[in-house]
Design a protein around this ligand. Structure first.
Ligand SMILES: Cc1ncc(COP(=O)(O)O)c(C=O)c1O
Ligand SMILES: N[C@H](CCC[C@H](N)C(=O)O)C(=O)O
Length: 454
Protein backbone atom coordinates (compact mmCIF):
# COMPACT_ATOMS: atom_id res chain seq x y z
CA UNK A 1 0.00 0.00 0.00
CA UNK A 2 1.31 3.45 -0.90
CA UNK A 3 -0.01 6.13 1.38
CA UNK A 4 -0.85 9.72 0.40
CA UNK A 5 2.25 11.80 1.00
CA UNK A 6 0.66 14.13 3.58
CA UNK A 7 0.21 11.16 5.92
CA UNK A 8 3.96 11.08 6.35
CA UNK A 9 4.50 14.77 6.68
CA UNK A 10 5.75 14.77 10.27
CA UNK A 11 5.51 18.51 10.64
CA UNK A 12 1.83 18.57 9.67
CA UNK A 13 0.89 16.19 12.49
CA UNK A 14 3.49 17.11 15.04
CA UNK A 15 2.54 20.80 14.91
CA UNK A 16 -1.00 19.74 15.73
CA UNK A 17 0.31 17.65 18.58
CA UNK A 18 -1.54 14.56 17.43
CA UNK A 19 1.26 12.32 16.24
CA UNK A 20 4.90 11.72 16.89
CA UNK A 21 6.25 9.70 14.00
CA UNK A 22 9.97 9.70 14.32
CA UNK A 23 12.62 7.23 13.40
CA UNK A 24 16.36 7.01 13.73
CA UNK A 25 16.49 8.33 10.17
CA UNK A 26 15.58 11.78 11.49
CA UNK A 27 18.93 11.91 13.26
CA UNK A 28 21.22 10.84 10.44
CA UNK A 29 24.09 12.83 9.05
CA UNK A 30 24.21 13.48 5.32
CA UNK A 31 26.69 15.12 2.94
CA UNK A 32 26.22 17.67 0.17
CA UNK A 33 25.10 14.87 -2.18
CA UNK A 34 22.30 14.15 0.29
CA UNK A 35 23.68 10.68 1.05
CA UNK A 36 23.87 9.10 4.47
CA UNK A 37 27.35 9.38 5.95
CA UNK A 38 29.03 7.26 8.62
CA UNK A 39 32.05 8.69 10.38
CA UNK A 40 32.09 11.41 7.72
CA UNK A 41 32.22 8.87 4.86
CA UNK A 42 29.60 8.66 2.10
CA UNK A 43 27.80 5.31 2.49
CA UNK A 44 27.29 4.97 -1.26
CA UNK A 45 31.03 5.33 -1.77
CA UNK A 46 31.61 2.67 0.90
CA UNK A 47 29.36 0.23 -0.92
CA UNK A 48 30.91 0.93 -4.29
CA UNK A 49 34.38 0.43 -2.78
CA UNK A 50 33.76 -2.64 -0.59
CA UNK A 51 30.47 -4.11 -1.84
CA UNK A 52 27.45 -5.04 0.25
CA UNK A 53 26.34 -6.18 2.72
CA UNK A 54 28.87 -4.08 4.58
CA UNK A 55 29.07 -3.34 8.30
CA UNK A 56 30.35 0.19 8.83
CA UNK A 57 31.37 1.56 12.23
CA UNK A 58 31.56 5.19 13.23
CA UNK A 59 34.67 4.89 15.39
CA UNK A 60 34.06 8.21 17.16
CA UNK A 61 30.83 6.76 18.62
CA UNK A 62 32.74 3.83 20.13
CA UNK A 63 35.33 6.18 21.60
CA UNK A 64 32.67 8.47 22.98
CA UNK A 65 30.87 5.60 24.76
CA UNK A 66 34.17 4.40 26.21
CA UNK A 67 34.91 7.84 27.56
CA UNK A 68 31.44 8.20 29.09
CA UNK A 69 31.89 4.97 31.02
CA UNK A 70 35.40 5.88 32.12
CA UNK A 71 34.64 9.49 33.00
CA UNK A 72 31.94 8.55 35.51
CA UNK A 73 34.52 6.51 37.46
CA UNK A 74 37.16 9.20 37.17
CA UNK A 75 34.73 11.88 38.42
CA UNK A 76 33.82 9.71 41.42
CA UNK A 77 37.50 9.03 42.08
CA UNK A 78 37.06 5.32 42.75
CA UNK A 79 39.31 2.47 41.61
CA UNK A 80 37.81 0.84 38.52
CA UNK A 81 38.32 -1.14 35.36
CA UNK A 82 36.22 -1.08 32.23
CA UNK A 83 36.57 -4.39 30.45
CA UNK A 84 35.14 -4.66 26.93
CA UNK A 85 33.01 -7.81 26.50
CA UNK A 86 34.40 -8.67 23.12
CA UNK A 87 31.73 -11.19 22.17
CA UNK A 88 29.72 -8.11 21.11
CA UNK A 89 32.19 -7.43 18.31
CA UNK A 90 35.47 -9.26 18.12
CA UNK A 91 38.01 -8.09 15.55
CA UNK A 92 41.75 -7.59 15.81
CA UNK A 93 41.22 -3.89 15.02
CA UNK A 94 38.63 -3.64 17.79
CA UNK A 95 41.04 -5.07 20.37
CA UNK A 96 43.66 -2.58 19.13
CA UNK A 97 41.17 0.23 19.58
CA UNK A 98 40.03 -0.68 23.09
CA UNK A 99 43.57 -1.49 24.23
CA UNK A 100 44.59 1.96 23.03
CA UNK A 101 41.76 3.51 25.05
CA UNK A 102 43.10 1.83 28.18
CA UNK A 103 40.35 -0.78 28.53
CA UNK A 104 40.72 -4.44 29.38
CA UNK A 105 38.75 -7.11 27.56
CA UNK A 106 36.69 -10.15 28.35
CA UNK A 107 37.08 -13.21 26.15
CA UNK A 108 34.95 -16.35 26.16
CA UNK A 109 36.87 -18.68 23.88
CA UNK A 110 40.33 -19.60 22.69
CA UNK A 111 39.47 -17.81 19.43
CA UNK A 112 38.70 -14.52 21.17
CA UNK A 113 41.83 -14.93 23.29
CA UNK A 114 44.15 -15.28 20.30
CA UNK A 115 42.45 -12.36 18.56
CA UNK A 116 42.82 -10.16 21.67
CA UNK A 117 46.51 -11.02 21.96
CA UNK A 118 47.00 -10.42 18.24
CA UNK A 119 45.34 -7.01 18.70
CA UNK A 120 47.95 -6.13 21.29
CA UNK A 121 45.67 -6.32 24.31
CA UNK A 122 48.08 -6.72 27.26
CA UNK A 123 47.55 -10.24 28.67
CA UNK A 124 47.21 -8.85 32.18
CA UNK A 125 44.12 -6.89 31.09
CA UNK A 126 42.32 -9.98 29.74
CA UNK A 127 39.73 -11.93 31.72
CA UNK A 128 38.37 -15.28 30.57
CA UNK A 129 34.68 -16.13 30.93
CA UNK A 130 32.55 -19.12 30.04
CA UNK A 131 30.38 -21.87 31.51
CA UNK A 132 32.31 -24.69 29.87
CA UNK A 133 35.87 -23.56 29.25
CA UNK A 134 37.71 -26.35 27.53
CA UNK A 135 40.90 -27.69 29.12
CA UNK A 136 42.81 -26.48 26.04
CA UNK A 137 41.36 -22.98 26.49
CA UNK A 138 42.31 -22.92 30.17
CA UNK A 139 45.77 -24.00 29.20
CA UNK A 140 46.04 -21.17 26.65
CA UNK A 141 44.93 -18.70 29.32
CA UNK A 142 47.47 -20.02 31.81
CA UNK A 143 50.27 -20.02 29.22
CA UNK A 144 49.49 -16.41 28.32
CA UNK A 145 49.28 -15.55 32.05
CA UNK A 146 46.14 -13.49 31.51
CA UNK A 147 44.85 -11.14 34.21
CA UNK A 148 42.23 -13.53 35.58
CA UNK A 149 40.01 -16.48 34.88
CA UNK A 150 36.41 -15.98 35.96
CA UNK A 151 35.74 -19.40 37.44
CA UNK A 152 32.25 -20.65 36.68
CA UNK A 153 31.88 -24.23 37.99
CA UNK A 154 33.51 -27.08 39.93
CA UNK A 155 34.68 -28.99 36.84
CA UNK A 156 36.59 -25.91 35.77
CA UNK A 157 38.30 -25.70 39.16
CA UNK A 158 39.40 -29.32 38.74
CA UNK A 159 40.72 -28.76 35.20
CA UNK A 160 42.51 -25.60 36.25
CA UNK A 161 44.08 -27.24 39.29
CA UNK A 162 45.45 -30.04 37.09
CA UNK A 163 46.87 -27.60 34.53
CA UNK A 164 48.48 -25.40 37.20
CA UNK A 165 50.10 -28.43 38.84
CA UNK A 166 51.39 -29.77 35.53
CA UNK A 167 52.86 -26.40 34.64
CA UNK A 168 53.93 -25.65 38.20
CA UNK A 169 52.46 -22.19 38.06
CA UNK A 170 49.70 -19.98 39.49
CA UNK A 171 46.86 -17.82 38.15
CA UNK A 172 44.46 -15.19 39.46
CA UNK A 173 40.80 -16.10 39.55
CA UNK A 174 37.45 -14.42 40.20
CA UNK A 175 34.37 -16.35 41.37
CA UNK A 176 31.31 -15.95 39.17
CA UNK A 177 28.07 -16.20 41.09
CA UNK A 178 24.44 -16.24 39.99
CA UNK A 179 23.01 -13.76 42.46
CA UNK A 180 19.35 -14.72 41.95
CA UNK A 181 18.28 -11.54 40.17
CA UNK A 182 15.98 -11.55 37.18
CA UNK A 183 16.94 -8.72 34.84
CA UNK A 184 14.13 -6.96 33.03
CA UNK A 185 15.02 -8.18 29.55
CA UNK A 186 14.39 -10.98 27.03
CA UNK A 187 14.54 -14.36 28.81
CA UNK A 188 17.27 -15.62 26.46
CA UNK A 189 19.59 -12.83 27.59
CA UNK A 190 18.83 -12.92 31.30
CA UNK A 191 21.66 -14.59 33.20
CA UNK A 192 21.60 -13.68 36.88
CA UNK A 193 18.64 -15.79 37.96
CA UNK A 194 18.99 -19.01 39.96
CA UNK A 195 18.21 -21.27 37.01
CA UNK A 196 20.91 -19.69 34.86
CA UNK A 197 23.55 -22.00 33.39
CA UNK A 198 26.23 -19.49 34.38
CA UNK A 199 28.07 -19.22 37.67
CA UNK A 200 27.81 -20.70 41.15
CA UNK A 201 24.41 -20.46 42.76
CA UNK A 202 24.46 -18.42 45.96
CA UNK A 203 21.23 -19.62 47.52
CA UNK A 204 22.13 -23.35 47.64
CA UNK A 205 25.60 -22.72 49.09
CA UNK A 206 27.49 -23.66 45.89
CA UNK A 207 29.19 -20.27 45.73
CA UNK A 208 30.52 -20.55 49.26
CA UNK A 209 31.81 -24.06 48.63
CA UNK A 210 33.57 -22.84 45.48
CA UNK A 211 35.20 -19.95 47.32
CA UNK A 212 36.50 -22.30 49.99
CA UNK A 213 37.96 -24.63 47.37
CA UNK A 214 39.66 -21.75 45.60
CA UNK A 215 41.00 -20.19 48.81
CA UNK A 216 42.42 -23.56 49.84
CA UNK A 217 44.26 -23.91 46.54
CA UNK A 218 47.70 -22.28 46.79
CA UNK A 219 47.95 -22.02 43.00
CA UNK A 220 44.85 -19.85 42.66
CA UNK A 221 44.86 -16.27 43.80
CA UNK A 222 41.25 -15.21 44.42
CA UNK A 223 40.87 -11.55 43.43
CA UNK A 224 37.16 -11.12 43.92
CA UNK A 225 33.67 -11.88 42.81
CA UNK A 226 31.66 -11.46 39.61
CA UNK A 227 28.04 -11.39 38.52
CA UNK A 228 26.33 -10.57 35.25
CA UNK A 229 22.57 -10.20 35.41
CA UNK A 230 21.72 -10.06 31.71
CA UNK A 231 21.87 -7.93 28.64
CA UNK A 232 20.04 -4.99 27.00
CA UNK A 233 19.03 -3.58 30.39
CA UNK A 234 17.72 -0.01 30.31
CA UNK A 235 17.65 1.01 33.98
CA UNK A 236 20.18 0.85 36.81
CA UNK A 237 17.75 -0.82 39.22
CA UNK A 238 18.91 -4.39 38.50
CA UNK A 239 22.56 -3.38 38.98
CA UNK A 240 21.76 -1.67 42.26
CA UNK A 241 20.05 -4.85 43.46
CA UNK A 242 23.06 -6.86 42.31
CA UNK A 243 25.39 -4.60 44.31
CA UNK A 244 23.29 -5.20 47.44
CA UNK A 245 23.41 -8.96 47.00
CA UNK A 246 27.10 -9.03 46.16
CA UNK A 247 28.17 -6.84 49.05
CA UNK A 248 26.13 -8.85 51.51
CA UNK A 249 27.82 -11.97 50.11
CA UNK A 250 31.24 -10.36 50.55
CA UNK A 251 30.34 -9.47 54.11
CA UNK A 252 29.43 -13.11 54.88
CA UNK A 253 32.62 -14.35 53.22
CA UNK A 254 34.66 -11.84 55.14
CA UNK A 255 33.15 -12.99 58.44
CA UNK A 256 33.46 -16.67 57.61
CA UNK A 257 36.79 -16.87 55.76
CA UNK A 258 38.40 -13.48 56.43
CA UNK A 259 38.20 -13.01 52.66
CA UNK A 260 38.71 -9.46 51.39
CA UNK A 261 37.76 -8.96 47.75
CA UNK A 262 40.13 -6.79 45.76
CA UNK A 263 37.55 -6.43 43.02
CA UNK A 264 33.81 -6.48 42.56
CA UNK A 265 32.84 -7.18 38.95
CA UNK A 266 29.23 -6.32 38.11
CA UNK A 267 29.30 -7.56 34.53
CA UNK A 268 27.86 -5.91 31.47
CA UNK A 269 24.35 -5.62 30.12
CA UNK A 270 23.97 -1.86 29.66
CA UNK A 271 21.32 -1.27 27.02
CA UNK A 272 21.63 0.25 23.57
CA UNK A 273 19.18 2.10 21.37
CA UNK A 274 18.01 0.15 18.34
CA UNK A 275 14.84 2.04 17.45
CA UNK A 276 13.59 5.51 18.24
CA UNK A 277 11.46 4.37 21.19
CA UNK A 278 14.35 2.67 23.02
CA UNK A 279 15.53 4.78 25.93
CA UNK A 280 18.42 3.15 27.78
CA UNK A 281 19.98 5.16 30.60
CA UNK A 282 23.15 6.94 29.54
CA UNK A 283 26.39 5.13 30.42
CA UNK A 284 27.34 7.62 33.13
CA UNK A 285 23.97 7.27 34.88
CA UNK A 286 24.42 3.52 35.19
CA UNK A 287 27.93 3.98 36.55
CA UNK A 288 26.99 6.78 38.97
CA UNK A 289 24.21 4.71 40.52
CA UNK A 290 26.42 1.63 40.77
CA UNK A 291 29.17 3.62 42.48
CA UNK A 292 26.77 5.30 44.91
CA UNK A 293 25.35 1.94 45.95
CA UNK A 294 28.78 0.28 46.29
CA UNK A 295 30.00 3.19 48.44
CA UNK A 296 27.00 3.03 50.72
CA UNK A 297 26.89 -0.75 51.14
CA UNK A 298 30.65 -1.27 51.48
CA UNK A 299 30.82 1.42 54.16
CA UNK A 300 27.85 -0.11 56.00
CA UNK A 301 29.48 -3.55 55.89
CA UNK A 302 32.80 -2.07 56.98
CA UNK A 303 34.69 -3.74 54.16
CA UNK A 304 37.76 -2.64 52.25
CA UNK A 305 36.71 -0.68 49.15
CA UNK A 306 37.12 -2.98 46.11
CA UNK A 307 38.05 -1.99 42.58
CA UNK A 308 34.75 -1.79 40.66
CA UNK A 309 34.79 -3.59 37.33
CA UNK A 310 32.17 -3.45 34.60
CA UNK A 311 32.06 -5.37 31.32
CA UNK A 312 30.10 -3.43 28.70
CA UNK A 313 29.85 -5.10 25.31
CA UNK A 314 26.74 -4.05 23.42
CA UNK A 315 26.66 -0.50 24.78
CA UNK A 316 30.13 0.25 23.38
CA UNK A 317 29.52 -0.91 19.82
CA UNK A 318 25.83 -1.39 18.97
CA UNK A 319 24.92 2.15 17.98
CA UNK A 320 28.27 2.78 16.29
CA UNK A 321 27.62 0.11 13.64
CA UNK A 322 25.26 0.12 10.67
CA UNK A 323 24.79 -2.50 8.00
CA UNK A 324 24.56 -1.32 4.39
CA UNK A 325 22.59 -3.51 2.00
CA UNK A 326 21.65 -3.26 -1.65
CA UNK A 327 17.94 -3.48 -2.41
CA UNK A 328 16.97 -6.27 -4.81
CA UNK A 329 13.58 -7.84 -5.40
CA UNK A 330 10.23 -6.82 -4.02
CA UNK A 331 6.91 -8.54 -3.48
CA UNK A 332 3.66 -6.64 -2.97
CA UNK A 333 0.55 -8.41 -1.77
CA UNK A 334 -2.04 -5.64 -1.93
CA UNK A 335 -3.82 -5.17 1.37
CA UNK A 336 -1.55 -7.72 3.06
CA UNK A 337 2.10 -6.72 3.04
CA UNK A 338 5.02 -5.42 1.05
CA UNK A 339 8.38 -7.12 1.09
CA UNK A 340 11.59 -5.37 0.13
CA UNK A 341 14.47 -7.84 -0.13
CA UNK A 342 18.13 -7.00 0.42
CA UNK A 343 21.36 -8.84 -0.32
CA UNK A 344 22.01 -9.95 3.29
CA UNK A 345 19.71 -11.00 6.11
CA UNK A 346 19.75 -13.49 8.95
CA UNK A 347 23.29 -14.61 8.06
CA UNK A 348 24.67 -11.20 9.06
CA UNK A 349 21.99 -10.34 11.62
CA UNK A 350 20.26 -13.24 13.37
CA UNK A 351 18.92 -11.02 16.18
CA UNK A 352 15.42 -10.32 14.77
CA UNK A 353 14.88 -14.06 14.19
CA UNK A 354 16.40 -15.07 17.53
CA UNK A 355 15.12 -12.39 19.91
CA UNK A 356 12.41 -10.62 17.91
CA UNK A 357 14.86 -7.71 18.01
CA UNK A 358 13.62 -4.51 16.43
CA UNK A 359 15.58 -2.35 13.98
CA UNK A 360 14.94 0.67 11.82
CA UNK A 361 15.90 1.19 8.17
CA UNK A 362 17.16 4.22 6.29
CA UNK A 363 17.35 4.75 2.56
CA UNK A 364 21.01 5.74 2.41
CA UNK A 365 20.86 7.36 -1.03
CA UNK A 366 18.07 9.72 0.05
CA UNK A 367 17.50 9.52 3.79
CA UNK A 368 15.35 12.62 3.92
CA UNK A 369 13.01 11.70 1.05
CA UNK A 370 9.34 11.51 1.93
CA UNK A 371 8.59 8.22 3.63
CA UNK A 372 5.43 6.93 2.07
CA UNK A 373 5.38 3.17 2.48
CA UNK A 374 5.51 0.69 5.30
CA UNK A 375 7.40 -2.40 4.23
CA UNK A 376 8.92 -5.53 5.68
CA UNK A 377 12.63 -5.63 4.94
CA UNK A 378 13.61 -9.25 4.35
CA UNK A 379 16.86 -10.97 3.54
CA UNK A 380 17.84 -13.50 0.87
CA UNK A 381 17.98 -16.59 3.10
CA UNK A 382 15.66 -19.56 2.69
CA UNK A 383 13.68 -18.97 5.87
CA UNK A 384 10.38 -17.18 6.28
CA UNK A 385 11.76 -15.81 9.54
CA UNK A 386 14.55 -14.05 7.66
CA UNK A 387 13.13 -10.63 8.46
CA UNK A 388 15.44 -7.71 9.22
CA UNK A 389 12.91 -4.93 9.88
CA UNK A 390 9.25 -5.70 10.42
CA UNK A 391 7.53 -2.37 9.76
CA UNK A 392 9.99 -0.04 8.12
CA UNK A 393 8.67 3.36 7.14
CA UNK A 394 10.56 4.20 3.95
CA UNK A 395 10.44 6.21 0.76
CA UNK A 396 9.57 4.13 -2.31
CA UNK A 397 12.61 1.94 -2.94
CA UNK A 398 14.06 0.65 -6.17
CA UNK A 399 16.46 -2.17 -6.98
CA UNK A 400 20.00 -0.90 -6.51
CA UNK A 401 19.08 1.49 -3.71
CA UNK A 402 21.29 1.30 -0.63
CA UNK A 403 19.48 0.55 2.59
CA UNK A 404 21.14 1.15 5.95
CA UNK A 405 20.06 -0.68 9.09
CA UNK A 406 21.46 1.30 12.05
CA UNK A 407 22.56 -0.04 15.43
CA UNK A 408 23.85 -3.37 14.15
CA UNK A 409 27.28 -2.98 15.73
CA UNK A 410 26.78 -5.52 18.53
CA UNK A 411 26.18 -9.25 18.13
CA UNK A 412 25.72 -8.88 14.38
CA UNK A 413 29.03 -9.87 12.83
CA UNK A 414 29.97 -12.04 15.80
CA UNK A 415 26.79 -14.11 15.46
CA UNK A 416 26.98 -14.22 11.66
CA UNK A 417 26.77 -17.54 9.86
CA UNK A 418 27.33 -19.00 6.43
CA UNK A 419 23.78 -20.30 6.16
CA UNK A 420 22.93 -21.07 2.53
CA UNK A 421 26.69 -20.76 1.87
CA UNK A 422 26.52 -17.01 1.83
CA UNK A 423 29.89 -15.40 2.60
CA UNK A 424 30.03 -13.20 5.69
CA UNK A 425 30.21 -9.44 5.02
CA UNK A 426 33.17 -7.10 5.19
CA UNK A 427 33.59 -4.67 8.10
CA UNK A 428 34.94 -1.17 7.84
CA UNK A 429 35.94 1.46 10.42
CA UNK A 430 35.10 5.07 9.52
CA UNK A 431 36.42 8.13 11.28
CA UNK A 432 36.99 11.77 10.30
CA UNK A 433 36.01 11.09 6.71
CA UNK A 434 38.45 8.16 6.33
CA UNK A 435 37.55 4.50 5.94
CA UNK A 436 39.61 1.45 6.77
CA UNK A 437 38.74 -2.15 5.94
CA UNK A 438 39.17 -4.15 9.15
CA UNK A 439 37.61 -7.49 8.17
CA UNK A 440 37.61 -8.49 4.53
CA UNK A 441 34.56 -10.05 2.91
CA UNK A 442 34.56 -13.84 2.82
CA UNK A 443 34.93 -15.37 -0.62
CA UNK A 444 33.48 -18.54 -2.08
CA UNK A 445 37.02 -19.93 -1.95
CA UNK A 446 37.08 -19.27 1.81
CA UNK A 447 33.81 -21.15 2.16
CA UNK A 448 35.03 -24.11 0.15
CA UNK A 449 38.40 -24.26 1.84
CA UNK A 450 37.06 -26.55 4.60
CA UNK A 451 35.45 -29.06 2.24
CA UNK A 452 37.60 -32.09 1.64
CA UNK A 453 35.33 -34.05 -0.67
CA UNK A 454 35.38 -37.82 -0.89
C1 LIG B 1 29.86 -12.27 31.72
C2 LIG B 1 29.40 -11.28 30.72
N1 LIG B 1 29.89 -10.03 30.79
C3 LIG B 1 29.52 -9.09 29.90
C4 LIG B 1 28.63 -9.39 28.89
C5 LIG B 1 28.30 -8.31 27.94
O1 LIG B 1 26.98 -7.99 27.92
P1 LIG B 1 26.49 -6.74 27.11
O2 LIG B 1 26.93 -6.92 25.71
O3 LIG B 1 25.03 -6.79 27.25
O4 LIG B 1 27.08 -5.53 27.73
C6 LIG B 1 28.06 -10.66 28.82
C7 LIG B 1 27.08 -11.00 27.80
O5 LIG B 1 27.39 -11.59 26.88
C8 LIG B 1 28.47 -11.63 29.75
O6 LIG B 1 27.99 -12.86 29.70
N1 LIG C 1 25.79 -13.22 26.33
C1 LIG C 1 24.97 -12.14 26.80
C2 LIG C 1 23.80 -11.92 25.95
C3 LIG C 1 24.17 -11.77 24.57
C4 LIG C 1 22.99 -11.38 23.77
C5 LIG C 1 23.39 -11.11 22.40
N2 LIG C 1 23.79 -12.32 21.75
C6 LIG C 1 22.37 -10.37 21.64
O1 LIG C 1 22.38 -10.51 20.42
O2 LIG C 1 21.59 -9.60 22.18
C7 LIG C 1 24.50 -12.47 28.17
O3 LIG C 1 24.61 -13.61 28.54
O4 LIG C 1 24.00 -11.59 28.81
Amino acid sequence: MVFPAFLFNYNFFEKRGCLKLTSLSDEVTTNEAGHLTIGGVDTLKLVSKYGSPLIAYDVSKIKSQISHFKQAFIDADVPYRVTYASKAFSAVAMYQLVAGEGLGCDVVSGGELVAALKGGMPAKRIEFHGNNKLPIELEMAVDAQIGCIVVDNFQEIAYLDKILKEKDTTISVVVRVAPGIEAETHKYISTGQENSKFGFDVHSGQAKKALKELLDNPRMNVLGVHCHIGSQIFAARGFVMAVDKMVSLLQQWHEEFGFSAKLLNLGGGFGARYVDSDAPSPAEDFVKQIIAEVKEKIAAANLEFPEIWIEPGRSLVAEAGSTLYTVGSRKDVEGVCHFVAVDGGMGDNIRPALYQAKYDAILANKPHALKEQIVTVVGKYCESGDILVKDALLPITHPGDILAVPSTGAYGYTMASNYNRNPRPAVVFCEDGQDKLIIRRETYDDLLSYDLGL
